[in-house]
Design a protein around this ligand. Structure first.
Ligand SMILES: Nc1ncnc2c1ncn2[C@@H]1O[C@H](COP(=O)(O)OP(=O)(O)O)[C@@H](O)[C@H]1O
Ligand SMILES: [Mg+2]
Length: 330
């Protein structure tokens, strides 16, 4: 099956020429209709990856890649006009702070109607009646009344449903959801995840789902890519990643997600933080926080050489000397 979205060797850097890049040779691909999750701690480069596919990087970002392609669009070479048509239309986005993303001065109806008029060419009156249907479709009770509301009158969960209605209004082929449930209560989070999953099944769109929490991602993703300090460190199907995580970082993420509670009910915390890892110039970027690298016989190689992303089964890969060694000796 040909990929719908293909990213090859994507590197993004800011500031001085020798500053460590925030994304380092990221390669990803998605086929039509699948849910791919990007997981990693805050600062690992998830949003930058998403923004790169839409060519929406912050000012000052330097982006290079062998390829960034969405369907027939060469994202690296497309005109601004072409990219403007893709954004919000064929690719749409959901963000973490739905209430902040809404215009406080405009009604829900006029905001949801906008993509209908812009991307589908609907008349104003046709768009207005379609808005009510769309709000109903995303599970909003009393859609006529909600259509007349302003952002400050909505709860976080309802606001995210409105954002989903807006995101789906242009009938996207790909939905990029960047931590869409992070600001919501757990019960609302579950409802929103179910809604996104249902809409994906109904509309056949693909979803690039971003979260720092493997527990959240496991509820919705077909495949997972784990990001650490701007590098992909593991990829696999959701089942493979959860059942047999290969990379020590993935193992740690599982331990600190809600999937696993420590025996005393507390949540595990990975020691150290990701911010210093990017400056690591030799060896594995995760080694300072890695429980496996502490093993003496591995220390030397983990310190001296960065492991490549090596295949460890069909559709699976891990960037760890231990995984590689285990496979070699098997
Ligand atoms: N405008 C910017 N200038 C310089 N560095 C930035 C800028 N925006 C983000 N970064 C850096 O890029 C890295 C990745 O950020 P991001 O993709 O937002 O992470 P995530 O979404 O995984 O939390 C972070 O280390 C962050 O400090
Ligand atoms: Mg982010």
């Amino acid at each position: 099956m040909t990929a719908q979205l293909e990213i090859e060797d994507l590197t993004v850097a800011f500031g001085a020429k020798d500053a460590p890049p925030v994304l380092d040779s990221i390669s990803l691909s998605m086929v039509q209709g699948e849910v791919l999750a990007l997981v990693g701690e805050s600062g690992s480069g998830k949003s930058m990856t998403a923004m790169s596919t839409m060519r929406l990087l912050p000012h000052g970002a330097r982006m290079s890649a062998s390829a960034v392609r969405f369907e027939d669009i060469d994202v690296l070479r497309a005109s601004d006009r072409q990219m403007n048509r893709v954004r919000g239309g064929r690719i749409s986005m959901l963000f973490q702070q739905p209430k902040r993303m809404l215009d406080p001065t405009a009604t829900v109806a006029s905001q949801v109607a906008e993509p209908l008029q812009r991307y589908l060419g609907m008349s104003r009156s046709k768009a207005q009646s379609r808005v009510v249907e769309l709000l109903h479709d995303v599970g909003i009770a009393e859609p006529e009344r909600r259509a007349r509301s302003y952002a400050h009158q909505l709860s976080g969960g309802i606001a995210q449903r409105v954002m989903i209605a807006m995101a789906l209004a242009g009938q996207p082929e790909l939905l990029i959801a960047d931590e869409p449930t992070t600001a919501l209560d757990v019960t609302v989070e579950v409802q929103i995840l179910r809604l996104i999953a249902a809409k994906r099944a109904e509309l056949g769109m693909s979803v690039l789902f971003i979260s720092h929490d493997l527990g959240v991602v496991s509820a919705i993703a077909d495949r997972i890519a784990v990001l650490y300090a701007g590098r992909i460190v593991e990829t696999g199907t959701t089942e493979q990643i959860l059942r047999a995580p290969q990379h020590p970082y993935t193992q740690a993420l599982i331990r600190c997600s809600r999937l696993a509670r420590e025996a005393d009910g507390s949540l595990f915390v990975i020691p150290g933080d990701v911010s210093s890892a990017r400056a690591v110039t030799s060896g594995c970027r995760f080694r300072a926080r890695c429980h496996v690298a502490e093993q003496e016989h591995l220390q030397h190689v983990c310190e001296s050489e960065e492991p490549g992303l090596h295949a460890c089964g069909p559709g699976r890969a891990s960037r760890c000397w231990v995984t590689l060694e285990t496979r070699r000796s098997a």
